[in-house]
Write a protein of this length. Structure first.
Length: 256
């Protein structure tokens, strides 16, 4: 799959793509990332890509014409290289007004042709570009960032880790949100952590070697964390029929 990123700051992406376990997806070509510096599509001597907003107000707005030229170049290149022979890629705009970026969205993009990622800056981009081209608007949460580059990196990382050979299937299955719930706690060595407040051992069930008991404990911990922090996910799982009778007993015992 291929991700084309239109950005004012292409240098932000290089260091991330070469780091960590997800680099396997980029080095193998499973996730092909193409960077399109927006200033390359400006036509004046100053390579200007922004201007004051009509109607007044603070900040600057990314101009429609450089964005139109950049999107046209991306489409021409994708067609020439056969990147969009089967499915047209989503054109994604990162904005606080977008839909929350969820694991379900990531899983959909991770099995498709990729996407064109529009990284806005300043007060945003000209609405006419959004109306003409954007098919999906996404947000990382209820806060404002300086631009779309960080959300784009988050999306690339989330998609890359789902590619074959990057992580094991078991790791994917235990991720938060993979089954609609949050992930429970993890422990490692030492078996007993000595602290000024006293020894803190690893829960006994994790040292028991009983796989069935461990699986149930982990499920119960996942239910407890989710019920306390994201009760909306519990209700969604219940409505979808993903909770067993034992799950319901665990939730009832929590008495939240």
């Amino acid at each position: 799959m291929r991700f084309d990123i239109i950005t004012l700051f292409p240098d932000l992406f290089g260091p991330h793509l070469a780091q960590g376990i997800t680099r396997r997806a980029f080095e193998s070509g499973q996730v092909d990332v193409r960077l399109w510096p927006l200033r390359d599509f400006a036509e004046d001597a100053y390579r200007r890509v922004d201007d004051r907003p009509y109607g007044g107000g603070p900040g600057m707005v990314l101009l429609a014409e450089p964005l139109e030229r950049a999107l046209a170049a991306v489409r021409t290149d994708r067609h020439a290289t056969g990147a969009d022979q089967q499915l047209a890629p989503a054109v994604v705009h990162f904005t606080p007004t977008g839909l929350p970026l969820s694991q379900a969205v990531v899983q959909t993009l991770a099995t498709g042709p990729g996407a064109v990622l529009l990284c806005g800056r300043y007060e945003g981009i000209d609405q006419r570009v959004i109306d003409r081209h954007v098919t999906l608007e996404l947000s990382l949460g209820d806060f404002v960032l300086s631009g779309g580059e960080l959300p784009a990196l988050a999306l690339l990382d989330a998609v890359a880790r789902l590619q074959t050979g990057v992580l094991t299937d078991e790791s994917h299955q235990q991720d938060s949100f993979s089954d609609g719930l949050l992930e429970g706690p993890h422990y490692s060595r030492p078996e007993v952590l000595q602290t000024p407040d006293g020894p803190l051992p690893v829960p006994e069930v994790l040292r028991s070697g009983h796989h069935g008991d461990i699986a149930r404990w982990r499920r119960d911990q996942s239910l407890a964390v989710t019920a306390r922090r994201r009760p909306d996910l519990i209700e969604a799982a219940r409505a979808a029929g993903r909770l067993s009778k034992q799950d319901e007993k665990t939730l009832q015992a929590l008495d939240l």
